[in-house]
Design a protein around this ligand. Sequence first.
Ligand SMILES: [Zn+2]
Length: 262
Amino acid sequence: MSELYYLLQKSCMSKKLKYEDVKEYINRYGYELLEDTYISNGKNMKILDSDGYLYSVTFGNFKDYMENCHKKFDIVNNFNPYSIHNINNFIQSFGYNTIVLDNEYCHGSKYKLNLLCECGETFKASWDKIRNRGKMVCPRCLRTRESYNEKKVRQVLSDSHINFIQEKREYINHDTYVVFDFYLPEYRTVIEVNGEQHYHPVTFGGISLKKAVEKFNKQVIMDEKKDKYCSNNNINLIKIPYWEFKKGNKYIERINNIIRED
Ligand SMILES: [Zn+2]
């Protein structure tokens, strides 16, 4: 294999590995060593992967795993002391601000963890349920997810004293219509609050991938109808994607821009 590998083999046979060599070896597999020293082959070390997940492994196990298993470590299991950190990281990677309230993960993947939803509600969900993306927000937010973000938009519009019609229905022809989340008559503007399902198939609530794809395809057609309606009728269409509700107050800025540009 590599020069480094031989170096490691050699140093294994002689005496202790050098810190720099261990660090470089770990790096080579896409992980980062988060220790200042290297003690021994059998001592657990904290390592980080490129997706922000943490692991605790001995150098012996790391080498073994990388060279023989050719796969990634489990981000969550009873032996990983950073499991809770990793679950939070997993949830955040999907754009949710829900956090795990438990301090340690030690009862297995079916055990119900306590979580604090981004809306402020607490709820319970197992790692199995979180992992299959069914339960990253509380049951109420899961049911009314769209309206939760819509509520935020409604609040900003009200606070800014902007006239709006919510759930505005517009007929495309005599039997087909589209429903816009918000219509601002004075600005001839529509605001669409777009959840994740507008951008890719989502298996929320445990629906099958096939169903999710079908739903997504319908969504794309519906969104195209809305685009067409707005351009044909000279209506300004503002789409606020779900991620703009996650970090900072991007969505507020977007609403303020409508007023400013007028
Ligand atoms: Zn919630």
